[in-house]
Design a protein around this ligand. Structure first.
Ligand code: 4AD
Ligand code: MG
Length: 462
């Protein structure tokens, strides 16, 4: 049996000639005079392959009946295309239909559909140019993430998805339980989680950081890359309830070392995308953000700006801008503030450090001023925060104090405290939001359109 050739491999051939077997879905078909032209797409590239079916062929009637969405198998000879816009075309010898798609019913038409509409047909949107390109860019960014850390000797760690601890201390967790919600076991008037699957309350993880710290304090350089879950009710264009995060954790590293790593990391990803996703990036640049490519090129050759939180607050206060949320030292920066800093004021990525302790997680290292912690957020134009990280509190007594102040139960973190009792070292890490990265790279506005199956409040379709 003949082996299928992917369209991307056909189009990268040096020369035409020979016979090929191509299989895919019909993008469009038009018939003129005595031939039918089928634009065939197999998802291996944005480009369609033109298949020419001559009326003298036994399969001509079949070819003529094809419409958008039909799946076909074509054998034919690969020739140079006289037409504009394509290098090669296939002159069919045989055309076989796998599955018909009735044009009266098929939800994808030739015309451009809105992204909102495409979200309702999540099972078919991968067949559009946008979501094909999206899937390929996501794939390339994932590969770049692994190759960056692998080339630096980091160990890829698989952090658990089910956890009993609230890593961010923010309480926005999904509960994992096998108890019957209509008839849970009770004790002293409350649900008795002692009888639940794990014998105690369990949740979907919000971050793999705490487990990454465990391994960093043995293997020095590790990273996680996996799904994380947040039950925040924030219906914004930058929040998902399920998203992927990349979390490097580095022993013997302070905040300066960490911000250098973050800058190198982002530049590596953007360079990789520019070098390997040319065609898909031209597509996003044309249809979604005219500055997508130039923004990436600019960043790759720039040096990130560094500001302390206090400096950032001063800049925002004296900016003369009227923000929706007031700027006050001690309040978290809102998305509008972050975007003003990186987009308007600085015009490139900004690393903001040393936030007030009250607005950051318990594990961040306390500064000598006892007011701020060694936190670091990387802000980029259009998105705002793309990375959040910190140097970790490695001093047992200081950490204990912080846990108590935050109202967390130190018994839940006995192992985390143990790491500070036995061979503690300065260490640091950050989390990169994978979808925000893809959003930034492609210029696509809504985070729901850069993940295969978005999970947001009131939406877990497909
Ligand atoms: O700033 P965050 O909450 O940091 C942490 O979770 C740390 N434990 C990371 C670490 O130090 N190892 O989240 C990190 C990044 C954010 O900067 C953002 O890009 C992304 O994760 N993120 C989200 N992305 C999509 N939807 C959400 N709801 C997100 N929440 C955070
Ligand atoms: Mg954050």
């Amino acid at each position: 049996m003949m082996r299928r050739t992917r369209v991307v491999d056909i189009l990268s051939r040096e020369n035409a000639g020979g016979e090929v077997l191509v299989q895919g879905w019909v993008k469009t078909k038009r018939s003129s005079k005595n031939v039918s032209f089928i634009q065939l797409n197999d998802g291996s590239t944005l480009k369609d392959l033109q298949v020419v079916v001559d009326e003298t062929l036994p399969d001509y009637t079949l070819a003529e009946s094809l419409s958008t969405g039909c799946s076909v198998s074509v054998v034919g000879s690969l020739v140079e295309s006289p037409g504009k816009g394509q290098k090669y075309e296939v002159h069919a010898r045989s055309v076989e239909l796998f599955g018909y798609a009735d044009p009266e019913e098929y939800p994808l038409q030739k015309k451009r559909h809105t992204l909102e509409y495409l979200r309702e047909i999540g099972h078919l949107r991968p067949r559009t140019n946008t979501f094909g390109a999206m899937a390929r860019v996501r794939n390339a960014v994932s590969f770049a993430i692994h190759s960056f850390f692998q080339s630096r000797g980091f160990i890829f760690l698989q952090a658990p998805i089910i956890t009993a601890s609230d890593a961010e201390g923010a309480g926005a967790m999904f509960r994992v339980t096998t108890l019957d919600p209509n008839n849970p076991p009770m004790k002293d008037g409350r649900v008795n989680y002692g009888e639940d699957f794990f014998g105690k309350p369990a949740f979907l993880t919000v971050s793999g950081q705490l487990e990454a710290e465990i391994f960093a304090l043995a293997l020095s350089d590790v990273y996680t890359f996996g799904p994380t879950f947040r039950a925040e009710n924030s219906n914004t264009s930058r929040h998902l309830a399920e998203f992927w995060m990349v979390e490097p954790e580095v022993a013997f590293c302070d905040l300066e070392g960490l911000s250098e790593l973050a800058e190198d990391f982002l530049k590596y990803i953007f360079t990789y995308v520019l070098e390997n996703c040319g065609e898909d990036m031209v597509f996003f640049n044309q249809w979604y953000d005219k500055s997508a490519i130039s923004t990436l090129e600019g960043i790759v050759s720039s040096t990130f700006e560094k500001l302390t939180y206090t400096e950032a607050v001063d800049i925002l206060k004296s900016s003369g801008e009227s923000f929706e949320f007031p700027v006050e030292w001690g309040h978290d920066l809102q998305s509008e503030h972050e975007r003003y800093l990186t987009e308007v004021k600085i015009g490139k990525p900004v690393i903001v450090t040393d936030y007030p302790r009250e607005i950051k997680a318990f594990y961040m290292r306390l500064n000598d001023d006892e007011k701020t912690v060694r936190a670091m957020d990387v802000l980029v134009p259009r998105i705002g925060e793309i990375i959040g990280g910190s140097q970790r509190e490695e001093r047992h007594d200081v950490l204990l104090e912080r846990l108590r102040q935050t109202g967390l139960d130190e018994r839940d973190f006995w192992w985390y405290m143990d790491l500070r009792s036995y061979g503690t070292v300065p260490h640091s890490g950050f989390g990169l939001g994978f979808e925000r990265t893809v959003q930034f790279v492609t210029g696509v506005q809504n985070i729901r359109d850069v993940i295969p199956f978005p999970r947001t409040p009131n939406n877990a379709e497909f």
